[in-house]
Design a protein around this ligand. Structure first.
Ligand code: ZN
Length: 163
């Protein structure tokens, strides 16, 4: 299962809500967990494997969650810039300003409503993965000059890997 990278149109789409947790959705979650573990990620969103559905996985500091139809409920006004990268934009990273605390809710694979309060890396991963469901990448949080230089570096690296 390849992780989709920058330029793939699925990464820019508004993902669809999941109406029902069936065998297909459970199999999809399994594929997501495998893809995330293989890539050593701390989170993954379904669009990153080319599936435009509202599902995220978080695996931060021993806290593991699979969340269907997650929503941001609260974000702290207090923000901080922390270096961040993305499995879909491999090889580059940059400081991204995000809320230091966040609360999200969603449905787990058993169909129960779950509410997760996070701070630090967990809060950051929650915001980053929900961004993916809205077609947004961490690059979009950067200023124009920084984003352009990062993309240039990314394209240079991607070309080297191809050769
Ligand atoms: Zn990402």
């Amino acid at each position: 299962m390849d992780i989709r990278t920058y330029g793939d149109p699925t990464l820019r789409q508004q993902a669809e809500p999941v109406p029902e947790i069936d065998a297909e959705i459970r199999a999809l979650c399994e594929r997501m967990v495998e893809a995330m573990m293989r890539a050593n990620g701390v989170g993954l969103a379904a669009p990153q494997i080319g599936i435009s559905k509202r599902i995220i996985i978080l695996d931060v500091d021993g806290a593991f969650h699979i969340l269907i139809n997650p929503e941001l409920v609260e974000t702290s006004e207090e923000t901080e810039p922390v270096i961040e990268g993305c499995l879909s934009v491999p090889g580059v990273d940059a400081p991204v300003e995000r809320s230091i605390r966040a609360v999200i809710k969603g449905i787990n694979l058993q169909g129960q409503e779950v509410r997760i309060e996070g701070e630090g890396l967990l809060a950051r991963a929650m915001q980053h993965e929900i961004d993916h469901l809205n077609g947004k990448l961490f690059l979009d949080h950067l200023g124009t000059a920084r984003r352009q230089s990062l993309l240039k570096e990314y394209q240079r690296l991607a070309k080297e890997t191809d050769e």
